[in-house]
Design a protein. Structure first.
Length: 96
């Protein structure tokens, strides 16, 4: 996997910290929990969101749009959203 410099939420300041706070309010709390299968021995993990941290405005728009697509008001259930995401990841040979 390509290494991308990123700034996680614990180290974010200013605009980036505001973006993280905004985005975390849009997603269910369980999305913030670490996933054991992708946690390294040193406790770190890859973060798709943090990979966008060098461009906070881009991060804001991408993940705000994603949150809207995952909205509970849409006709698909969360389980169906996750199944679609899993299938797309598998077809793309993505670890996530």
């Amino acid at each position: 996997m390509t290494w991308i410099q990123n700034i996680g939420p614990d180290n974010a300041m200013g605009e980036l910290a505001d973006v993280y706070r905004h985005l975390y309010r849009l997603y269910p709390p369980e999305y913030r929990a670490a996933v054991p299968s992708v946690t390294r021995p040193d406790g770190t993990t890859d973060s798709i969101m943090a990979a966008h941290s060098l461009l906070p405005r881009v991060m804001f728009h991408i993940f705000s749009a994603h949150a809207e697509l995952m909205s509970l008001e849409l006709p698909l259930s969360r389980r169906q959203h996750e199944m679609i995401a899993t299938l797309v990841s598998a077809l793309n040979r993505c670890f996530y």
